[in-house]
Design a protein around this ligand. Structure first.
Ligand code: DGT
Ligand code: CA
Ligand code: CA
Ligand code: ZN
Length: 574
């Protein structure tokens, strides 16, 4: 699929037009088209071949021609020309908090600043304060923004890297000379951000594999290309490393390049005590230099007397001790999920009807799905007032009578107001199956106020779940100030569940907090917060976080069948 690449180009056009001070409607049109194409469930090339580009929402005549040119020639002249008109680093200036396109343009015109490094130098040399409307505070803020941006730019969010990496793996797997191919590195371990993507393949003939790899669509730069190793950088800035080995070396190589480094070091030490030497090439008995045959990763672990350790646990080395002592958990899998307890419908800011969401849940093998639309104070998301929520309850009743094979639970995602109260009356909350309470406003409260606010919500006898408990958006918004230790303690006391929000730009709780909460007796729930039927497919990201938190299916609320789930909810206990 070329959808992501095309979306990326359109997004860049939007940014470049914005930098040139173009008409905001035009700018927005490109950004909207980018969003549509990114979310399009179908391959854009297939749509194009049917001649139906013009039918896609937001693609007018002019854009259709540009896409047509790009799909048939690989070049979009308009994009190339726009890019040539501005220095390449200018776009990244607008990613600094507080630097919009207007300011970026002025900095370029008036001070000749073309990229982040030059902006940083200009701030340090106090040159910005001479521009009209700017002062020493601007320089300080920009410097702080650059520092934060640099930290974020070094790593890629899992949600961006994984689909691209899986596509590369599929393309390599399709080559006849490739025997086995798999993701490795931090991506396979499911870390929420990755430094780069690592792929391991086996083949008797690496050359054509390397050749195909460096010719991947969207490659901006080939960093290295050897007999067994190649590195590329994609236009999005994502680096991908590929190693190609002989098939009898594959398992050892996969294990090695999956890491983590700490895991590898400790495993090698353990191997040494058993007279073995583990390397990326295989396992050798030190006495007689005999090479042990390892066909799978399980064989690698078995060679040192350990059970298989899933990649998500291979992090700080404590997993090796746990494996030796037989304390490895049986990790949760996507197949264990019995339902989703936080999704939105078109009654608030979702795209699909309740019925469509329910049918999509049934298709995914779920037993239940809770519709949790927003509450009234979130008016931007068309939150439901009590009257509309009552109406929704009737609609859910009606659908439950009509649909077989899926149970629709009534619910809502109620806003936790600044003072810790909720914006729907208790009598109404009491009638819902599932109540998720979340913070969506006043995120700048100090730690004490924010913690008290969420604690108050957990003490409400109808609140079952705290949604996205720390409020972070990966790469865009830091968590709000909150005392998680206390939140976890009160969650345990009140029997409130804490959510792992599976949306890849949230992953909130993160793995560390989720593990910690579980250890203190808090029930975890993994929800997608889907705003469309496709959003339900993001469950895997949340399950990955749960696996990294060492959770099994008994630790996660929505692995329970409905009668048991009901009994665990607050209103079900009384
Ligand atoms: P990242 O890319 O920063 O998110 O993290 P990783 O873990 O993917 O690290 P990366 O890409 O540098 O290397 C992939 C794996 O290769 C790493 O997890 C373990 C293995 N590896 C790399 N360098 C070393 C090393 O110096 N010693 C050992 N034992 N293993 C290494
Ligand atoms: Ca990596
Ligand atoms: Ca790497
Ligand atoms: Zn939500």
């Amino acid at each position: 699929m070329k959808n992501l690449e095309l979306a990326w180009i359109l997004e860049e056009i939007g940014d470049l037009l914005d930098l040139q001070g173009e008409n905001p409607f035009k700018v927005r049109a490109y950004r909207r088209a980018a969003r549509t194409i990114e979310l399009l469930p179908e391959d854009i090339e297939a749509v194009w071949r049917r001649g139906e580009l013009g039918k896609v929402e937001g693609i007018g005549k002019a854009l259709e021609e540009k896409i047509n040119e790009w799909l048939s020639t690989g070049v979009m002249t308009y994009h190339a020309e726009l890019k040539a008109q501005l220095p390449p680093g200018l776009r990244e200036l607008t990613r600094v908090p507080g630097v919009g396109p207007k300011l970026a343009q002025r900095l370029y015109r008036e001070l000749g600043i073309r990229n982040l490094d030059e902006l940083e130098a200009a701030c340090r040399e106090q040159r910005l304060r001479h521009l009209k409307g700017l002062g020493p505070r601007t320089e300080e803020n920009i410097l702080r923004g650059i520092e934060r941006l640099r930290r974020q730019m070094e790593r890629f969010p899992l949600g961006l890297a994984l689909p691209v990496a899986q596509q590369l793996v599929r393309a390599l797997a399709a080559l006849p000379v490739v025997q086995r191919v798999a993701l490795a590195g931090s991506l396979r371990r499911g870390r929420e951000t990755v430094g780069d993507v690592d792929i391991v393949a086996s083949s008797p003939d690496p050359e054509p594999v390397m050749e195909a790899f460096v010719r991947t669509p969207g490659v901006e730069q080939v960093l290295a290309r050897g007999d067994t190793k190649a590195s590329i950088v994609l236009r999005t800035g994502l680096q991908v490393d590929l190693r190609v080995v002989r098939d009898d070396q594959f398992a050892a190589a996969l294990h090695h390049f999956t890491g983590s480094k700490e895991h590898n070091v400790l495993l090698r030490e353990l191997a040494q005590t058993k007279g073995l030497k583990i390397s990326e090439y295989g396992i050798v008995r030190v006495d007689d230099d005999e090479v042990l045959a390892v066909a799978t990763e399980a064989d690698v672990f078995a060679a040192v007397g350990l059970p298989y350790i899933p990649p998500e646990l291979r992090e700080d080395g404590s997993e090796i001790a746990a494996a030796r002592e037989g304390r490895l958990p049986e990790l949760i899998t996507v197949g264990d999920m019995k339902g989703d307890l936080h999704v939105h419908s078109d009654w608030s800011d979702g795209l699909d009807t309740i019925e469509a969401m329910a049918l999509a849940a049934r298709e995914r093998g779920y037993e239940y799905i809770a519709i949790t639309d927003h509450s009234p104070s979130l008016s931007v998301a068309r939150g439901l007032d009590p009257a509309r929520l009552e109406e929704q309850l009737r609609e859910i009743d009606r659908l439950n009578r009509q649909l077989a094979g899926i149970r629709i639970l009534s619910g809502c995602e109620v806003d936790i107001l600044r003072d810790g109260t909720l914006d729907l009356p208790d009598e109404l909350l009491a009638r819902l199956d599932v109540v998720v309470a979340s913070v969506h406003s006043a995120m700048g409260l100090d730690e004490r106020e924010m913690t008290d606010r969420i604690v108050a919500a957990m003490r409400n006898p109808h609140v079952d779940i705290i949604g996205h408990p720390t409020g972070r958006i990966l790469g865009r918004r830091e968590p709000y100030a909150v005392d998680m230790e206390r939140i976890i303690q009160v969650a345990a006391e009140t029997g409130t569940c804490l959510e792992i929000n599976a949306s890849p730009d949230r992953l909130d709780l993160n793995d560390v907090y989720a593990r910690w909460a579980h250890a203190r007796g808090v029930m975890i729930v993994v929800n997608t917060d889907a705003h469309s039927t496709e959003g339900l497919d993001q469950m895997g990201y949340g399950v990955t976080v749960a696996r990294r938190a060492w959770l099994g299916k008994a630790d996660v609320l929505n692995c329970l069948p409905w009668p048991e789930l009901k009994a665990r909810l607050k209103d079900g206990r009384t």
